[in-house]
Design a protein around this ligand. Sequence first.
Ligand SMILES: *Cc1c(COP(=O)(O)O)cnc(C)c1O
Length: 586
Amino acid sequence: MGGVLSRVSAVELPEAVTRVLDEGQAKLVEGLSLIDKCLADELPSTVVLKTVGATIAVCWLGRFLSNTWDAMKEEGVLQSAIEVLKSLPGISGIVAREKDKLSRKIKKQVMEERYEHSKVPKFNAIPQKQMSQKQVLQAIDDINSKDETYEDGKSMLSGALYFSSADHANFQTKVYGKFVGTNPIHADSYPSVARMDAELVSMTASMVRGGSEAVCGSVTSGGSESILCAMKASRDWWLARNGLGIVRNVMKALPWRKGTVKPEIIMADSAHAAYIKAASYYGLKMVVIPVGEKTGYRLTASAVRRRITSNTAIVVVSAPSYPHGVCDDIEGIGKLAAAYGIACHVDACLGGFVLPFAEEAGFARPKFDFGMPGLTSMSIDTHKYGLAHKGTSVVLYRCKEIRKHQFTSITDWSGGLYISPTMAGSRSGAVIAAAWASLLAIGREGFISQAKHLLGLAEHLAHRIDSECAHLQLLGQPDSSVVAWGAVDRTQVDIYKVNDAMTKRGWHLSALQKPAGLHMCITPAHSVEVIDRLVNDLKQCTNEVKAGAEGGEEGMAPMYGMAERLPDRNIVGDVLVAYQEATLDC
Ligand SMILES: *Cc1c(COP(=O)(O)O)cnc(C)c1O
């Protein structure tokens, strides 16, 4: 070893250290006596109080700066500056008045749409005199006259409607009718429903067990509830193993850290909105990774690895993603999760009853099952491609050890001993029975031919857009039943105006942002004819928009245009809230 240290002999070293220590001690004594001199005239109690005061002030300042820093990081510098500006006296009044004006305008639009052409009076209180059942049914015929209707195979909606036929829908309703009064929370009173509930979980698990008998789960009210349940269970499973770590708790105790170190959830910006809901409900810190053209709109293992910290509790992968219909690198990310001991949730809400049958349907598609390392939970929607009435989904876990963190068990409640598996208390047994019946009535063979139909149509749509629509380009290569596209040159074609033109022709496509795009979620309610008509209308609408024939103040294009260009994101949020309020009130 070279350098100064090696030339200091073993005898010299202790001497040198002693010298340094002595000098340090002398300096310290000197400093302390200086402080003593300054404080000579102060009472000891004043000294103590001043010290306490100064300590609190420093901690408070640290926390204030840390809070401000976090808020700036979350909102961005521009948004933070806008918020300060908007709160200034004089300006805040103008902002409030404009918001109010906007709310009233939105409310007026919603109300006109709802009541203008209806002969049925508005019921904002229970009618004093009872109406006959016949009168009520007549009122319903008036109210639902503007709802979407369709013939088998001819839906013009993206997603939304998954039934293959009116016959299957009627069969569902028949089963539903037999169980309307039942409630699985009283399993002893309705053993039939409890049995179907358990079998529904097991039948769903059978598609993705991957050889593991330990896979378990529960029935929920829909994809969002499955995701909320999985996020709660995953967070608590992770906390049970990591929540007591020394480093974690020292970090938590630091006064400028606000007493919390939140568990983190890593997700792509293409992950479903329900994860953002879960993060806000369960106090998770979101680590959002943007996906783009470079990775084919997939979340990659290398991007996830870079964002893993000691606080990472959950990573989410989609199979496929809602916006672009592509599967993330499930295998690679699962392996990472296994290596770091984090939960990995597979969102198969959309792909659940499709991709497990892809191989048998003759399509090579990404695989996922609990035989793969690291995958800890999955959400699969029976009320989408399980072709069941709306109101059920299944959440699955690798093992009971994780699932138990989803339950709420209360042993000292005055209402008795209580346990419930999901967010709901009472549930309808009717939706469970209908979903159970749907899986039996379709069978594996039915699902295989359904996968053939869906994957074939998706390939057909993607191919036609790719080869025939010069001004449009696919956003990712579809892995399942969703096909997404945007404009090649956004200055020439405003894709949102194309959407408005398509809406005028009766289509209901889904709008995407970042990047601007549209998607079609193909269901058994679609056919080759529908897809061909879609492509032809799309070509015509794109040309109209390019020629400048379409557009104006109507439709959703101005709204999305504003959402994209406006630096103030919170105004866009205000508009959404105004819309939600308008729809909830009458
Ligand atoms: C539909 C969907 C969800 C949410 O399901 P809901 O049933 O609408 O609550 C979650 N993730 C993906 C990928 C979906 O397509």
